[in-house]
Unconditional design. Structure first.
Length: 158
């Protein structure tokens, strides 16, 4: 019974990307006033992915030297690719190119989550911290999915 109430609580907290317009993907205007910011940097999914990337890169600094060209390199590349592909997808002119970039970002989210699990499995981070990071990446993934759905709906209206 407790599990069902937890699931319903989470569903209520999740934004409804299917009924809202494009504005749900951007941060509030007052946060970016008087700044010249590229369009993709206004996306909350890019900002969240960027914040997570910074956190992962700081985390990697504590990894042992023998992991430098193993898991550290892989997780730094995959977490950076999430931001890169969101930016690339947003900046593309054609709908199909936008969707392609965002789909690649989705794959990189999954790869990053897998690397986080490996860090926990090797004892470099706690399972609790790993789950926190994985949950935050799930939020980014839901946002990417919603943005893809929005772009597809715009494409169909053409």
């Amino acid at each position: 019974m407790k599990k069902n109430t937890e699931i319903s609580r989470r569903k209520k907290e999740m934004p409804n990307y299917h009924t809202q317009g494009i504005t749900q993907f951007f941060v509030k205007e007052e946060w970016i006033k008087n700044q010249c910011i590229p369009g993709f940097e206004k996306l909350w999914i890019w900002q969240k992915a960027y914040q997570l990337m910074q956190e992962i890169h700081k985390l990697c600094e504590i990894l042992p030297a023998h992991e430098r060209f193993k898991i550290r390199d892989q997780i730094e590349r995959s977490t950076s690719s999430v931001c890169d592909n969101i930016a690339e997808g947003y900046s593309s002119y054609y709908y199909d190119d936008k969707i392609k970039g965002l789909n690649i970002a989705r794959k990189e989210v999954g790869e990053t989550q897998n690397h986080i699990r490996k860090l926990a499995g090797k004892g470099y981070i706690s399972n609790t911290y790993a789950q926190k990071l994985i949950n935050e990446y799930e939020e980014v993934l839901r946002g990417i999915n919603g943005f893809i759905k929005y772009i597809r709906s715009k494409k169909e209206k053409q």
